[in-house]
Design a binder for this molecule. Structure first.
Ligand code: ADP
Length: 327
């Protein structure tokens, strides 16, 4: 079942956040909600239990001193410019997979730009059904429903667009040298900090919807088992806590900017930026696919977002992102 969090506590949070650290009087709040001041005080305590530091003064009222860096819709809305992405937000403390929920919502008619966020995913997914580790409160586990008026063959470019937006946001918010590994991973110091999973529902020449899923490891301190060797987080790299909300709102802003450009002018500018950020180009790569494995030099990506690999014997191969891994 899909639950949308919106109750009086959240409404109260909206009001406090809109004041940006200024006081709101208890009297004003109890009038607004039509309840007693004791009842307001109880709701304030609910917010405190969620991790909000709220100062109360009998004379002045309440004000937020510090937020707990939750990715609540109220926080995202209060910290973003008006955008098609922040209109409809579904927030879960725990879920199996935000992509699965987004697909379900899209099948039920959810609109373009709907966001699905979770503090924790129990069954987060990578490509080809691989597992994406998504521990509680440590990262950004997000899916976006898009209904783009582009051709199905261009949908994979939305993966590139998402990777570019996330890489730019990471660079802007942390100054870390993030790069993109074709087609869908973001690396810092050769370790994976983020991955993108795009799923499409459409027909031959029509997209019904695309769900773009992204995971960004923000404050993870360690990783389980095998992935410990190849995963990293912004906190591990930066050696300090990083605000998930800051990275998320920056990502949404940049995503919207690139999305508008892509719809208006095509993907050319995004592909150019992608090439600047890519760490594979002009390097040796090993392609693992169901058909064959081979080595070569990644010489370019073409207008379709496919990787162009030159084999040792000079043969040029066009590699599509669907079913390959790359090292
Ligand atoms: P690929 O590495 O081939 O691009 P995917 O994009 O499908 O793979 O991502 C899934 C893989 O990423 C998993 O098989 C696992 O090795 C790794 N992984 C899982 N969770 C995380 C995480 N939180 N951070 C970094 N890597 C992860």
């Amino acid at each position: 079942m899909v639950i949308k969090l919106m109750n009086e506590v959240n409404e109260l949070l909206c009001i406090l956040l809109s004041k940006k650290g200024e006081y709101v009087s208890g009297e004003e709040l109890s009038e607004k909600f039509g309840v007693t001041r004791t009842s307001i005080w109880k709701k304030i305590n609910n917010l405190r239990e969620m991790g909000y530091e709220i100062e109360s003064s009998t004379r002045l009222g309440y004000r937020i001193l510090k937020s707990p860096d939750l990715l609540l819709p109220e926080e995202i809305k209060a910290n973003s410019k008006p955008s098609f992405l922040a209109n409809e937000i579904y927030y879960f403390t725990t879920t199996e997979s935000t992509n699965d929920i987004a697909k379900k919502l899209a099948n039920e008619g959810a609109g373009h730009g709907t966001l699905v966020l979770a503090e924790e995913q129990l069954g987060g997914k990578g490509r080809l059904g691989r597992k994406w580790v998504s521990p509680k409160g440590k990262g950004i586990w997000l899916s976006i429903i898009l209904r783009p008026e582009i051709l199905p063959k261009d949908a994979s470019k939305l993966t590139l667009l998402t990777a570019v937006a996330a890489t730019d946001a990471i660079i802007e918010k942390t100054g870390l040298a993030a790069t993109i590994k074709w087609p869908n991973d973001i690396l810092i110091n050769d370790k994976k900090v983020s991955g993108v999973l795009t799923e499409m529902n459409g027909e031959m020449d029509l997209i019904n919807y695309v769900v773009v899923g992204i995971g960004i490891n923000v404050n993870n301190e360690s990783f389980p088992g095998e992935i410990a060797k190849k995963a990293t987080s912004l906190k591990i790299q930066k050696k300090e806590q990083v605000s998930r909300l800051d990275v998320l709102t920056c990502f949404l802003e940049i995503f919207e900017k690139y999305y508008d450009i892509a719809i208006k002018n095509g993907f050319e500018e995004i592909l150019l930026r992608w090439k600047k950020l890519c760490c594979n180009l002009n390097k040796q790569v090993i392609i693992y696919s169901r058909k064959e494995n081979f080595k070569g030099i990644a010489v370019d990506i073409d207008d379709d977002g496919a990787l162009i690999v030159k084999k040792k014997d000079g043969e040029i191969v066009k590699v599509l992102s669907g079913d390959v891994s790359l090292r």
